[in-house]
Design a protein. Structure first.
Length: 133
């Protein structure tokens, strides 16, 4: 009797940004990069510059009990076992800072900076790089 269980490929940690709705979401793989994500309440944005233009964005997750709240509240969707399935930031202002004023939808790879910060390259750059590849 053969088991019919499909092996799942590991998912790439990504951030989806919707400029029209202002929804910024991290998939489960990105959420797993932060061991204490369940306890964070908000996020502060840090920009990395090359000259005068931003080339990378950092998302520093903050616990309200350990200092002032971050710039944006986060909403976590959890499973029954309390693991975080996805994390959402609802901010049209931030989404438009990331992808511009259009109604653009962008998916960016996420990298772990440390145990409380994730980073992405500037979305316009990563979209242009994917188009030229």
């Amino acid at each position: 009797f053969k088991e019919c269980v499909k092996e799942r490929k590991p998912r790439t940690p990504t951030m989806s940004i919707n400029g029209k709705s202002g929804r910024i979401s991290l998939n489960a793989a990105a959420c797993k990069l932060l061991p204490e994500l369940f306890f964070y309440d908000s996020v502060t944005i840090v920009k990395g510059y090359s000259g005068d233009r931003p080339v990378a964005w950092g998302f520093q997750f903050i616990q309200a009990e350990h200092g002032p709240a971050g710039d944006f509240k986060i909403h976590k969707v959890t499973r029954d076992d309390k693991s975080v399935r996805c994390c959402v930031i609802g901010s049209k202002r931030l989404a438009r800072m990331l992808v511009g004023d259009g109604e653009q939808k962008v998916v960016c790879p996420v990298t772990k900076i440390n145990d409380f910060m994730l980073g992405i390259d500037t979305p316009q750059q990563s979209s242009a790089a994917q188009a030229s590849a």
